[in-house]
Design a protein around this ligand. Sequence first.
Ligand code: SF4
Ligand code: SF4
Length: 105
Amino acid sequence: MYEQTIHLHRNAPNKPAEGQACNGCGVCCALETCPAGRLRFLQSKGPCPALTWSDSEARYHCDLLVDPGKYFGWLPWSAEAFIRRQLARWIAAGKGCDCSAEIQD
Ligand code: SF4
Ligand code: SF4
């Protein structure tokens, strides 16, 4: 079994079981980057630079999805909505948790 140490915010929610609704625990993106993150940041290991903690919502967000213009600034503003749609599809945002990692505190 492969073991990896990750660091998450102390108030991050516990990771749900694979297939349950994503709660923004941040585990997947702390472990490794998704295809979009690999393309943008040229790294496969986590934590992804776009993994962003929200104090107000007590969960992590993908900043690449929230603010694509910050990361793809060379693209015209009109491309932002298109990129956001493509990213959401690519990383399956809003779908169930697809991370099979087992967590030990
Ligand atoms: S997909 Fe799973 S591991 Fe990733 S943030 Fe959502 S709940 Fe956490
Ligand atoms: S979903 Fe966002 S934060 Fe997570 S690895 Fe992909 S680009 Fe990074």
